[in-house]
Design a protein around this ligand. Structure first.
Ligand code: 5GP
Length: 210
């Protein structure tokens, strides 16, 4: 017996290099019922990235068309490039009782919060230290020194947005951070308002039909 529920939107934000990507991957492999929202972006594809899987890589003109047609739930400029969340897959998943994971920045989170507060669960991942942040950014070796320096400078600004999030996780250790995100997910799935099949189920219980 299961009670039908509406899916939720789980946002993970952090400065680049705080470990968010590792946590997201682990979550997706360990948690059935949650899928990643694939963003559209105008930034160049990095080696190893797959179009349609990591991002939908778009020309700026096409991205603008998507904005004009209201096809994006939110969009923002990050490090000089545009990023946005395609609307259709998210709306379909939520009404189908599936959860969606978002790796978006604070600007996108604010927009989702304004539009879809009831569906949103936001988590901010904090790096244990600046030294660790820098080490992780450099070890990725995907970006040039200039880009790493740019991202370090931006980190302080991104960190200032932690009060806008529902949950804060200090990422000392990946295992423990993944366990924390899973605990949040488990509890949030049980919220009464999300269990849209509850009135019928309870009625059945009271009337002795269930
Ligand atoms: P990257 O270029 O390293 O993949 O991502 C850079 C930043 O853009 C990250 O902080 C990431 O969270 C953010 N980002 C990725 N996709 C989206 C999106 O669809 N919307 C917003 N607002 N930010 C995004």
């Amino acid at each position: 017996m299961a009670i039908s529920r509406r899916g939720l939107m789980l946002v993970l934000s952090s400065p680049s290099g705080a470990g968010k990507t590792t946590i997201s991957r682990r979550l997706l492999s360990e948690e059935p019922g949650i899928r990643m929202s694939v963003s559209a972006t105008t930034r160049a594809r990095r080696p190893g990235e797959v179009d349609g899987q990591d991002y939908f890589f778009e020309q700026p003109e096409n991205f603008q068309l998507m904005v004009n047609r209201d096809e994006l739930l939110e969009h923002a400029k990050v490090f000089g490039n545009y990023y946005g969340t395609p609307r259709g897959p998210v709306e379909d998943a939520l009404s189908d009782g599936k959860d969606v994971l978002f790796d978006i920045d604070w600007q996108g989170t604010q927009q989702l919060e304004a539009k879809m507060r009831d569906d949103l669960v936001s988590v901010f991942i904090v790096p244990p230290s600046v030294a660790e942040l820098e080490r992780r950014l450099k070890s990725r070796a995907q970006d040039s020194d200039e880009v790493v320096a740019q991202r370090m400078a931006k980190a302080a600004d991104e960190l200032s947005h932690y009060p806008e999030y529902d949950y804060i996780i200090l990422n000392n250790d990946v295992e423990s951070s993944v366990a924390s995100v899973r605990a949040i997910l488990r509890a949030e799935r049980l919220k009464r308002e999300r269990q849209i099949g509850l009135p019928d189920f309870m009625k059945g219980l009271r009337e002795g039909r269930t």
